[in-house]
Design a protein around this ligand. Structure first.
Ligand code: UDP
Ligand code: MG
Length: 340
């Protein structure tokens, strides 16, 4: 069955559910209950990888507690808050499944869809990604800005990134191994998965409101994620400079002919208003373009440091999560542990 995305008969088939958790104390018990229920229905061995992303509200203790009671739970405690995409990357690196479900801790994406997504994957897909057809309990602003963002991104990027899809998806081990092999620091995971290729299919579903707590994606983080997405998949913004240069060049020619014409008629006016306006516009355009250059330069600088994406404070699990990990992952983990 190799290559069809089906669970290979030669390896112990296992299902991993990977969940990055920030401050989600009010929701983790319910998360564990609902995810366990859907995993049991599949009658496959499974693990629930809960990544604690530097939580400060008791989420850590709650998750450790679960890991001590239930040997399906693997708790990975990161050294600090690294952000959603890095926390998710950590969970994905540690999970052992042949099929991997990515889920948010707030249960906005119903885990009960797992069965249907598994069936879809059985048809031979490597990635079954959730596509939101309806979103409950989210502000019009979030919906409008998300929609605008995906349209804009779609125009700038060669890779097709499905609009209205988040990170909620089921992946095959082969797709995940490709994703793990991508070392970049600025991670827009849904885009990276699209970029891989293989056979991917959309899975329409309704997104619910948060089970508990409030969003950890305020406007600032949303904008940062959007910038990550744009800059990691496109160099189109760098071309703004030439584009704006051409635009203003043409405008300059028009204004020049006008001024020469007026000069030939002897109508030379003081004209400081127009001069000031031109200087302001040109100045701000130059700064804007410089800023875009800086954005890319800064990212190149950060990437060249080649720091590990994250450090792990500890792992709590009754099932020895290291078992079954590929050798290179074990070596890496040992190195990290030695450094920590
Ligand atoms: N999250 C995380 N680290 C962060 C922020 C968020 O691990 O710094 C997790 C969070 O616990 C949740 C997921 O990422 O499981 C998505 O976050 P959230 O639900 O707040 O985002 P939204 O659904 O509002 O976009
Ligand atoms: Mg959410």
């Amino acid at each position: 069955m190799a290559g069809t995305g089906k669970i290979g008969a030669h390896r112990a088939p296992m299902l991993s559910v990977v969940v990055p958790c920030y401050n989600e104390r009010a929701g983790v018990a319910e998360l564990h209950r609902r995810v366990s229920a859907v995993c049991l229905e599949q009658s496959l061995p499974y693990e629930i990888v809960l990544v604690i992303d530097g939580a400060t509200d008791g989420t850590r203790e709650a998750i450790f507690d679960l890991a001590e009671k239930d040997d399906h739970v693997v708790a990975i405690d990161l050294a600090r808050n690294y952000g959603h995409q890095i926390a998710l990357s950590a969970g994905l690196e540690f999970c052992r499944g042949q099929r991997i479900l990515i889920l948010d801790a707030d249960l906005q994406d119903p885990p009960e869809l797992l069965g249907a997504m598994m069936a879809k994957m059985d048809e031979g897909f490597d990635v079954v990604y959730g596509q939101r057809v309806k979103r409950e309990g989210e502000s019009w602003f979030k919906l409008a800005s998300a929609s605008m963002f995906y349209r804009l991104l779609g125009r700038m990027v060669d890779v097709e990134i499905a609009p209205d899809s988040g990170d909620f998806r089921l992946m095959s081990r082969r797709a995940l191994d490709h994703l793990i092999a991508m070392p970049e620091r600025y991670r827009f995971i849904r885009g990276m998965v699209s970029w891989i290729g293989l056979r991917q299919v959309a899975f329409p579903y309704e997104r619910h409101r948060r089970f508990a707590g409030t969003t950890h994606y305020p406007l600032k983080k949303m904008v940062l994620l959007a910038i990550d997405a744009m800059t990691s998949f496109s160099i189109v913004p760098l071309r703004f400079a030439s584009l704006l240069g051409m635009m203003f060049g043409l405008l300059g020619l028009v204004v020049l002919s006008y001024t020469l014409f007026e000069w030939s008629r002897g109508n030379v006016l003081p004209g400081w208003t127009s001069l000031a306006a031109i200087m302001l516009i040109l100045g701000s355009v130059q700064l804007l373009v410089l800023g875009i250059f800086g954005e890319y330069l800064g990212r190149m600088y950060m990437e060249t440091k080649r720091r590990p994406l994250y450090f792990v404070n500890g792992i709590v699990s009754r099932s020895e999560p290291a078992q079954g990990l590929p050798a290179h992952r074990l070596q890496e983990m040992a190195k990290r542990a030695a450094r920590a």
